[in-house]
Design a binder for this molecule. Structure first.
Ligand code: TEU
Length: 550
């Protein structure tokens, strides 16, 4: 397995990155056009969200053919060109494998529905109970997780949209088909894979009602998941010693993530977990409005950083992806302190123990969408929840307010390359409206002497330069501080302190107190010892450092 410790990965949400042919949708040739920009940033790999043939009910996470490129994204040749052009610049391409489910348009599912026994067993079909579905499980996108298959009285399981049918990983032929898919793409020259919700692939043999939940406790980190991942690795990427793999883990635990990512287990290089991105959910419910709980965020970071380190696990570091609101709007400021907070957030996460991911547009502080009308949304989950909240009696204005904060479309608006009408993204109408925060674009950011882009570039350089960043131990300090996230990284004689103010007011950090707590002495640090900061001057007063907004 390739060492991922000094790598930085850039996520491309293909549909919103760059439209090369003027149809309003981003495509593979568009990514090739922007390779020099990505090279300049300094990331090592690009993870592309799914580009395979799909009816696009969930923007490609509903795959109908794992071996072909969806025409809206381009051709196989476009992908081959991207892989080789990226390689010339020292960039690797990672593909997104959606193996928990296929689209109901997939040939396997069509055959299954037509009654072909072989393919029926590729999916999870069960008989209903009278007029009720087989269990009370709830789909992640709302409503029952079961859909009636024609008139047969049988239902198929779908943990996501009803057009995303869950695969039956208990079937050996199915597993082999999936290994063939992975090996096909390895031959094309990709350097790694992201595996979509891969901790949900193993369901129990007997499916039962969940009396006090939505069913997730039965299939999350399910009974044979580690066995399946080991077998997948052995038959595909594990045979090559330099591949990078990351599993997306839904509602997982530290204990399982250690097993998924400890090299001795021979499963994956690293994991995504989402606990830190639920600190603005009221009682675990995403569709609520709540200030983020900073103390909870600190606690989760501390638990995961130390828990993973202790047992040799490795994690992805991120605030943003295509399923999340934009971090600068969510945890920082997209107005007065836009630059300061974008840089603070970047620093706070990049210098932890793990592999940082940068989500397109994050490198110049892309904000939330700020849509005011339901007609502007495209995301299947957002539209489902609009209806669900409406049926629960929530007022229209309040629903729109919740969507403004929580919708996945916040992270999916097209790239703001410049300030022109099509924002350098398209020459026609974009498939999803642009974010409504004027003045923010890659071009404007790069033109300024204190660009957010350069801050990210510097963070990437530092990771390559200092082992204390790529391989140091992690220790949180000042746990009780309600404004500052503070941690130490240590490797041999190398010591690094990271102090991030998550608020727009001024506070102080006491180096003297830190010395008495840890016996690590930063008190003689001079301006030259500051590796990176979002303010030019280190405002130092004796042992007390003045910490300005964000
Ligand atoms: O997401 C899995 C997932 O559970 C979420 O992050 C999901 O978006 C969230 O629970 C909604 O509140 C992955 C993909 O990243 C996502 O885009 C897909 O829609 C989903 O799997 C299904 O393939």
């Amino acid at each position: 397995m390739q060492s991922v410790k000094d790598k930085v990965i850039y996520q491309v949400y293909v549909k919103s990155f760059m439209d090369s042919n003027g149809d309003g949708k981003g495509d593979i040739a568009g990514i090739t056009m922007k390779l020099d920009y990505l090279k300049r940033l300094g990331a090592d790999c690009l993870w592309l969200t799914p580009v395979f043939v799909s009816p696009m009910n969930d923007n490609g996470y509903d795959v109908a053919d794992y071996y072909s490129i969806d025409p809206s994204f381009g051709t196989m040749e476009d992908l081959e060109v991207l892989i080789s052009e990226a390689k010339k610049r020292g960039l690797g391409i990672m593909l997104d494998m959606v193996f928990n489910h296929t689209s109901t348009d997939h040939e396997w599912f069509r055959k299954a529905i037509a009654g072909d026994k072989k393919y029926k067993d590729y999916y999870i079909f069960r008989r209903g109970r009278e007029a009720l579905p087989p269990t009370n499980w709830i789909s992640k996108f709302g409503g029952s997780a079961w859909e009636m298959a024609g008139e047969s009285g049988e239902y198929y399981l779908h943990l996501f949209d009803r057009t995303q049918a869950d695969l039956n990983w208990e079937n050996e032929d199915l597993r082999k088909e999936l290994y063939d898919v992975v090996n096909f793409w390895i031959k094309k020259g990709v350097v790694g894979f992201r595996f979509d919700v891969v901790n949900l692939i193993s369901k129990p043999d007997v499916l039962e009602d969940d009396l006090n939940g939505d069913g997730r406790r039965f299939y999350t980190d399910g009974p044979r998941v580690h066995e399946h991942l080991k077998e997948l690795a052995r038959n595909t990427f594990g045979k090559h010693h330099d591949m990078i793999t990351v599993g997306e883990m839904s509602s997982t635990s530290i204990e399982n993530c250690v097993r998924y990512s400890n090299p001795l287990e021979e499963e994956l290089s690293m994991v995504f977990n989402f606990h830190h991105l639920k600190v603005d959910y009221e009682a675990g419910d995403k569709w609520t409005l709540k200030e983020f709980d900073f103390m909870e965020l600190k606690k989760i970071f501390n638990d995961w950083q130390t828990g993973m380190e202790k047992e040799g696990g490795w994690m992805a570091l991120f605030y943003n992806n295509h399923d999340q609101p934009r971090s600068v709007s969510r945890f920082g400021s997209d107005s007065k302190y836009h630059k300061e907070s974008a840089k603070m957030l970047a620093t706070s996460i990049h210098l932890m123990r793990g592999t940082p991911y940068i989500y397109q547009g994050e490198e110049f502080g892309m904000p939330n969408a700020y849509f005011d009308d339901i007609s502007e949304y495209r995301d299947v989950e957002s539209i489902n929840y609009y209806d669900i909240l409406k049926s629960k009696g929530m007022a229209e204005a309040e629903i729109l307010e919740v969507l403004r904060e929580k919708s996945r479309d916040n992270g999916r608006t097209p790239m703001l390359w410049d300030d022109s009408d099509g924002h350098g993204f398209t020459t026609s109408v974009p498939w999803l409206p642009f974010a409504k925060v004027p003045g923010i674009s890659a071009e404007a950011d790069l033109a300024s002497s204190d660009s957010i882009f350069n801050h990210y570039r510097k963070l990437i350089e530092l990771r390559k330069q200092y082992e204390v960043i790529s391989d140091g131990t992690f220790m949180m300090t000042d746990m009780e501080n309600s404004h500052l996230l503070c941690y130490l990284r240590c490797k041999g004689t190398g010591k690094m302190l990271v102090v991030s103010n998550f608020y727009d007011d001024e506070t102080e950090f006491d180096l003297d107190k830190l010395f008495y707590e840890t016996s690590i002495d930063f008190r003689k640090c001079t301006f030259e010892s500051v590796l990176i900061s979002n303010y030019y001057d280190l405002a130092k007063v004796g042992e007390i450092i003045r910490i300005r907004p964000y």
